[in-house]
Structures are given as structure tokens and as C-alpha cells.
Design a protein. Sequence first.
Length: 368
Amino acid sequence: MSRCKDKYERSKGKYKNVLLVLFIMLLVLTSGCQRVPEPVPESLAEQAALYSPVAGAFYVNGRGAGASYGSFYSNRDLIHEVSPLWYYVREDGSLKEDVDGEALKLASDSGVKVIPLVAFLSNASSFVLKGVNAREAAIAGIARVVREHGYDGVNIDFEIVKAAGRDYQAEREGLNRFAEGLRRELDSSGKRLDICVLPPEQPPAHLAQIYDLAVLSELADRLVVMTYDYSHSGTKPGPVAPLPWVEANIKAVLQLGISPEKISLGIASYGYDWPSGATRADVVSAREVMQSIGQSVFAAEWDGPSQTPFVVYRDSRGRDREIWFENSAASEQKMELIKKYRLAGFYLWRLGYEDALFWQTVKESLLQ
């Protein structure tokens, strides 16, 4: 009886071992059949987490109502970069300087990057872009002031009002050479180079298209695409920055193979006031127009196709007039495009022109 019991116990142990082996094999097989979740590509996840558009603004010297300084001071916590118009290039390549020391200190104290704007003085454009000596002098002068003041970089805003029948190919090539030389100078000190460019699609008709975007995008750290002045003084009344036109230009620049991280969208905070039936117009700030609307001087309407506001009114002399302008509601539509195409951010022209809700709109629609 004891031998039978021992045999039974040994057989029972063997069965347990066999069952254990089968159970382990089953676990291995079934676990191999389970669907493993596909990991989110790390680069895309990182991009989503790290995307942080930059809020920049152009600055013009002055004090008082509508001046840039007051707006800069009030909104400095929302402004990442400021580009003050402090330098003009003369015909011989020398610089005319007008630095606002108080604004420079405010930027430094607030942690705002300073990337001053450099423009042409009067009719210096062709002399500087086509003349080797003037061009080299301007490059050396710009690099010098960047180093001396400890700026974070520089923004080149070279615009030429077109003359009938003129060919601007030489100026176009000259701008490429200018950007090449300035790039070399700034590289030695690790400073940034921004270049303002006209939009490629239906640019303002009064300005020369001297911008080789493919070349300039390789040389610049940032291209500021000035998507405004679709309508301006010299055209019939109409939108300054119609939304479909702005988006078409974003697409056109991206189709050139330019990285969205290099594109900053130029946003207007102004408009034009035309006498009805005329083409000559006065510049008006969004701040002024919205204040007049708030005081019931006139009422604004909304243009659906362009997604911009306009005003039709009669002035104190009994003349019918039209104002087309860019306010915070229109700017909000542009903010959506910045996010949609994941651009580097925006640059506002200019501080002090914007209406009271602009920076709150930036905070809520772009920076959160």
C-alpha cells in the first residue's frame, strides 16, 4: 500500500511539473501575441512640447500718446524681442544712430532681447547695395554697434520705392552680397541676423522686390515676412492684410523649402483713411480708430472675405471717407495661422499703434 502511495505521489509531482511547464509556455505564447502600443515618435512629441512662438515688436523713438515706449513698458512681460529703429545707413555706408537709452535699459531690465532695426536713409539704397566700398563700410559699422552695445543681433530692413521702368536686379544681387558679408561678421560674435522681406505673392506694388528668399533664408536666422500693405496709400480703399493673402504668402514661402522656424510673420497694427473714390490715404493707428469707435464717433463693420474691420464715415467737412485697418480681432486670425504652420512667431509694426486688446489677445491665443 505504501509503495502504491509513493508511486502515486511521484506521478502527481510529474503532472504538476508538466502543468507548470505548459502554463509557462502558454504565458510566453500569449504575451507574444499581445499588441504592443506604437510609441509616439520622440521628435514629434518633443516638438509639440517645446513649440513656443516668439512675440516681437518694432519700436520707434518718442514719448507721449501712441509712442512705442509706453506700450513697451506696459507690455514688457509679454514681449520676447524688440527691434528698435535706431540706425540708418547713409549713401557712403556710414550709420546715423539714434539710440533710446531708456528703452535699452528697460529691455535689459526686463529680459527682452534687443535686435535693432537698420534701414536706409533717404535714397541711399542703390549706393549701398551696388557700391562695394559703401556696402563694406555699412557691414563693418553694423557689426561694430552690435558688439559695442551687446545687442542680441540685428534686423536689416532695406526697402526701395520703385521707379517706373527701373530694373532692380543689381540691387537684388547686392542685398545677397550684403547679407553674406554681415553674416560672416556676426558669426564671429555669435549674433543673430534677421532680414525683413516683402511677401512673394502680390507684394505691395510701390516697393521693389529685391529679395531672393532662397538665398537670404540660408544666410539669415529669421526672415520677417511683412504681410501688410496689400492696400495702402496709392491704391483704392481696401484691406491692409487680408487673411487669405497672408496665408497664401505663408504657403509660398514654405514651398520654397524654408523652415517655418525661420519665418516670423509681420503683423500690422494700423490702417489707412481714404477719401471715398481717392487713392491717397493717411496712416491711422488701430489705437486711434478703436478709441473713436469707443467714443461713438463712428462704427466699425467686419469684412468677411478679408477677415478685417473697416469704417465708412463722414468727416467734419462733410466728406465721405473709408478706413481699413488691422485691430486685435484681425490679428487673432493671424495668430491662428502662426500656430497652424508652426512659425517662429510674429513681429508687430509697431508698438504704440496697437489697440488696447492686442497684447491680451496675444497672451490668450498664442502664448498659452
